[in-house]
Structures are given as C-alpha cells and as structure tokens.
Design a protein around this ligand. Structure first.
Ligand code: ACO
Length: 278
C-alpha cells in the first residue's frame, strides 16, 4: 500500500482495513476504496467510518480521485443493524448500550457521531474528486456515503433507499444536505419519510446520478470519468470545486467576487509558471 505523503501519519494497515470491512488500493493519482463485507451485504460499522476518516487523513498528497464501490453486486446494505443491539458488533461501541446502562450522555453520543461523520465529510475536500460507483442497493448509510461523493455513477440495477426514518432514526451521516441540495426539500421529505426505493432511472431524473450505465459497463464508465477528470489541471480543478461548493450559499455579488479572487490566484500561478519556463 502507498505511504502517506501528507505528513498526517500512517495509513490504515491491511489488518485495520479488513476489520473495518474495507479494501484500499492507491495507484498514482487514484485511490479506490471498496466496501467489502459481502457476507453482510457490505453492511458498515462504526469502524468502517472511522477507518474511512483515517484513509482521508493519510491519503497520499498526489491522490486526486477517490472511487468508492461495493464488493460484488451491492454497494451497501447500510449500517450493520447489530450496532443497534445492546451487544453491538464485536469490538465496536454499541449505539444503544451506553443509553441503556446510563454510561453515555448526550454529549458523549454526539461526540461519537461526529467521529463517524468524519468518515463522510472528507469526501467533499476540494483537492480530490470523489466518485461513487453504485451497483444494487445503497441503503441508509450506503445512500449517504454515495451522497457524500461529488459524482455518482450508477449501474442500471442501482437503488437508493433512505431507510433511517422507517427504523425510528434520522439520517445523520451527512446525507441530508446533499439530498436537499440535489432534489429539493419536498422530494427529500417524500423520499426519506416513505423510505421507498429510488431506482437508477429515477435517480438520474432527480439528479442523484450523473450517469446510469448497464451493469457490465459500470467499471469502464468509471474509468472513463476518472481519465477525463485527471486530464484537467489539478490546481484549477481544486479551485473550481471550491468555487462551485460555495455558490449555493453566496449571493451573485459574493460569488462574482469569489470568482475574481480565485482567478487572480490562477493567473498568478500560470504567469509564474510561464516566467519560470521562459
Ligand atoms: N446489517 C447486518 N446484517 C445485514 C444487513 C445489515 N444492514 N443487511 C444484510 N445483512 C445480512 C443478513 O442478516 C443476512 O445474514 P445471514 O446470512 O446471516 O442471515 C445476509 O446479510 C444476507 O442478507 P439477505 O437479507 O438474505 O440478502 P438479500 O440479498 O435478500 O437482501 C438487502 C439484501 C435488501 C440489503 C437486505 O439484506 C436488507 O434489507 N438489509 C437491511 C437494510 C437496512 O435496513 N439497513 C439499515 C439502514 S439504516 C442506516 O444505514 C443508518
């Protein structure tokens, strides 16, 4: 496995990845993360998300693209439902045991959820483009993981379900904002509160998929998008992503100012590079 190049510590070991139900392959500018617990339909645990955060913190500096997929014919069945039993998942903190025995107060639980959310938040970093390659179900946390990515490429058999409200929970793994940003609050309410499946064709109509392809073409389609993304100047890509991310929260004037500032930085860098090359 590649060494961490950004001074943020060592990347997770193969053993840590395996215990988290993850595989990681870093090849030059591209990191490929696979959710790999096929016997549990790629259900994820707290360790999956803290390890995802660890991957993000220790990603080699020259990685520009992060592709996330599920092992086999499913993206992820969401949270491992055993996380909600008092026994929990072996070696992991149960999400209810502390409430039941009174050992965890609201601050503890919030702090713990923040640690889990860190596994999702880094995928928005401007210096990388995150791509979800989705086959089959992406349920609950799986849907939220796909929502955390910049680009979703779906196989025709893909289906999204926001199952949390049906289980008495709220979606809390950073998925509610991208969902509302993409489909609007009314459609988001309908999708979440009915906990219905959104199939690939509808996902494309709603803007939840950038691309939908036949199952056998998913890998090739992802490779094509990755190649196209890598052909763009890396600094311009990062600056543009940062600009686009702030657009929704800015007025037109603020955004125009942000564009000017970003362009001054770009022009300065390009001019310096020309000067150095002259
Ligand atoms: N947590 C733990 N185990 C799971 C999960 C899960 N989320 N999903 C599937 N498994 C296990 C099953 O218990 C079963 O185990 P077993 O072989 O020991 O009996 C095995 O994976 C296969 O599951 P099946 O249900 O037999 O597989 P199938 O292909 O028929 O269905 C599906 C797949 C649709 C994903 C179904 O398993 C399912 O609905 N799972 C639960 C989804 C869910 O509610 N997730 C939580 C959402 S909320 C959140 O993520 C925060």
């Amino acid at each position: 496995m590649a060494q961490a190049a950004n001074g943020a510590g060592e990347p997770p070991t193969e053993d840590e990845l395996s215990r988290a139900g993850l595989r990681l392959r870093v090849d030059g500018h591209v990191a490929r993360i696979t959710i790999s617990r096929p016997e549990r339909r790629n259900a994820m645990t707290g360790r999956t998300w803290t390890t995802l955060a660890h991957i993000g913190q220790t990603l080699p500096e020259d990685v520009r693209i992060v592709v996330i997929a599920g092992e086999g014919d499913i993206f992820s069945a969401g949270i491992d439902l055993n996380m909600f039993t008092p026994e929990g998942v072996e070696g992991e903190r149960s999400l209810v045991a502390g409430v039941l025995d009174g050992s965890a107060d609201a601050d503890d639980i919030e702090g713990h959820i923040a640690e889990l959310q860190a596994g999702f938040l880094w995928l928005r970093r401007p210096d990388i483009v995150s791509v979800a390659a989705v086959r089959g179900h992406a349920i609950g946390a799986g849907f939220q993981l796909a929502l955390s990515c910049d680009i979703r490429i779906l196989a025709e058999d893909a289906k999204f379900t926001m199952k949390e409200p049906a289980l008495g929970l709220v979606p809390d793994l950073t998925g509610t904002k991208p969902l509302v940003d993409i489909v609007g609050v009314n459609r988001a309410v309908e999708i979440c509160l009915t906990a219905r499946r959104v199939e690939a064709a509808e996902a494309r109509e709603l803007g939840l998929a950038e691309l939908v392809v036949p199952v056998e073409e998913l890998e090739g389609a992802v490779d094509d998008v990755v190649a196209a993304l890598l052909a763009t100047n890396p600094e311009a890509a990062a600056a543009t992503k940062a600009l686009l991310q702030q657009a929704a929260g800015n007025t037109l004037e603020e955004q125009a100012r942000a564009e000017r500032r970003a362009q001054v930085d770009r022009l300065t860098s390009l001019a310096k590079a020309m000067g150095a090359g002259a």
